[in-house]
Design a protein around this ligand. Structure first.
Ligand SMILES: [Zn+2]
Length: 123
C-alpha cells in the first residue's frame, strides 16, 4: 500500500486514515485478543458470568459449576491474570467476583446478549 492508497478503488465507504493508523497498533489489538482468549473456554465464560452476580469462595463456586476445586482454582487464576476478576481475603477464606471495571461490565452484558438471557440482577 503506497501513499495510503488501497489496491482497489470501489468508490464505496473507504477506511479512513485513522482506521489504517489504528490497525498498525498490534499491541492494542493483542490486548483484545488476549481478553477473548481468556473467555475462549466454556468453563471460564460460565465462571466469569457467575462472578458477575455474586462474590463466592472456591468451594461454593465448585459446587455451583459441579467441578473440582483445583479445576476451578486453575480457571480463577487465569481470569485473575487478565484482570477480569478480583479476589479478597477474609480470614482463611478467599472470595472472588468480577472486577468492577467497564470492561467486565461490557463482557457481562455481551454474554447475556449472546445467550439471550436477562440479567438475574434485573429481574
Ligand atoms: Zn447479569
Amino acid at each position: 500500500m503506497e501513499n495510503g492508497k488501497l489496491p482497489h478503488e470501489h468508490g464505496t465507504r473507504a477506511a479512513s486514515e485513522r482506521i489504517k493508523k489504528e490497525l498498525g497498533n498490534m499491541e492494542k489489538f493483542q490486548l483484545v485478543a488476549d481478553i477473548f482468549k481468556q473467555l475462549g473456554d466454556t468453563t471460564r465464560v460460565r465462571l466469569f458470568w457467575l462472578l458477575c452476580h455474586c462474590e463466592e469462595c472456591v468451594i461454593n463456586i465448585s459446587a455451583m459449576l459441579d467441578m473440582s476445586s483445583p479445576a476451578v482454582s486453575h480457571h480463577l487464576r487465569i481470569l485473575r491474570g487478565s484482570g477480569l476478576i478480583v479476589c479478597r481475603r477474609e480470614g482463611k477464606e478467599v472470595y472472588y467476583q468480577a472486577a468492577d471495571t467497564q470492561q467486565s461490565q461490557l463482557l457481562h452484558k455481551m454474554i447475556e446478549q449472546v445467550i439471550e438471557v436477562t440479567c438475574p440482577e434485573e429481574t
